[in-house]
Design a protein around this ligand. Structure first.
Ligand code: PDD
Length: 293
């Protein structure tokens, strides 16, 4: 089960993988990325991740890169690593050039790097008892719907939360609207109805969010994509984060205020169980049809 890296078509041990120092991803965060998880040897929702990767590249005016060939490279790296429970990281930068804010699109060649590694599972206690998060004012740029490697606000907020003894951070707008987690989307359950932020430039259109919405419909749970405030979130019965690595992670406190009765709620448990079932048993087939995106 080797951890492997891929750099522009070549596969090697991660420790041997290098990129030029003038890669624009390194100097300007001029790169997009995806994280794809597998469970039970099956990559989950690969098509959706490829579709979002393409969308991110179009949004940043990257030249067209064959999404099919990237998909094949991901599958081939994943199969070669033979890690049943893996995270595949894929990053595409605009290219390598002498440092200059402006770029000459005609001479740049997108650089594709990947890694595949085992997923370190969240502690069982987090899944069983839920996690505690801190709310931070959202200081990110206005295009959080593009999955760029420009993640400093996310990294700083996460670290500040850990340093303060919490497990993660959530972003709240200056006006008090709850956006999302540092690497996850956010749902609340209030009076039996689920609420999550609508797809706007302020949040990432999460793949797990999409799958969870589909599960809700199949389970006939009432769900609305609607803004809600931190105040409303604090009054909710349940809260959970969704993400490729977080999966469905219950949140039991925000800024030391308990959510609901401070224990993991029934709906959070049910959604986690169904997500895991889909991941383990169905892999890509579990993902709702593209037409529902
Ligand atoms: N992050 N919101 C943000 C800001 C994210 O970074 C992520 C994922 C999500 C959830 O998206 P998805 O369900 O497609 O994973 C929402 C990845 C996992 C990361 O940065 O590691």
């Amino acid at each position: 089960m080797p951890e492997l890296a891929y750099v522009n078509g070549k596969i090697m041990p991660i420790s041997e993988a290098t990129i030029p120092i003038e890669d624009r991803g390194y100097q300007f965060a001029d790169a997009v990325y995806e994280v794809i998880a597998s469970d039970n040897g099956k990559l989950f929702c690969l098509d959706f991740h490829l579709e979002r990767l393409e969308r991110s590249m179009v949004a940043l005016h990257f030249p067209a890169v064959s999404i099919e060939s990237i998909g094949q490279a991901i599958v081939s790296l994943f199969e070669q690593a033979a890690i049943p429970r893996a995270a595949v990281y894929v990053q595409i930068s605009r290219g390598v050039a002498a440092r200059n804010h402006a770029y000459d699109a005609s001479t740049l060649q997108p650089q594709i790097v990947m890694t595949v590694r085992p997923i370190h599972e969240a502690p069982a206690a987090s899944r069983e008892n839920g996690i505690r998060v801190l709310a931070f004012t959202d200081n990110r740029w206005g295009r959080c719907d593009i999955k760029t490697v420009q993640l400093l606000p996310n990294a700083m907020a996460k670290q500040a939360a850990l340093d303060a003894g919490a497990n993660d951070a959530i972003f709240v707008s200056k006006e008090g609207i709850v956006r999302e987690g540092t690497s996850s989307n956010l749902f609340i359950v209030s009076g039996g109805t689920l609420f999550t932020h609508p797809l706007t430039p302020e949040i990432l259109p999460g793949i797990t969010r999409r799958v969870v919405l589909d599960i809700c419909r199949k389970l006939r749970l009432s769900v609305v994509e609607q803004f809600f405030t931190l105040e409303e979130a604090l009054a909710a019965d349940e809260m959970f984060l969704t993400g490729t690595i977080a999966e469905v992670m219950p949140v039991v406190a925000v800024d030391d205020e308990p959510i609901g009765n401070g224990a993991v709620g029934e709906i959070s448990r049910k959604l986690y169980a169904e997500l895991k079932r889909r991941m383990r048993e169905e892999g890509d087939i579990a993902c709702p049809a593209r037409s529902t995106l």
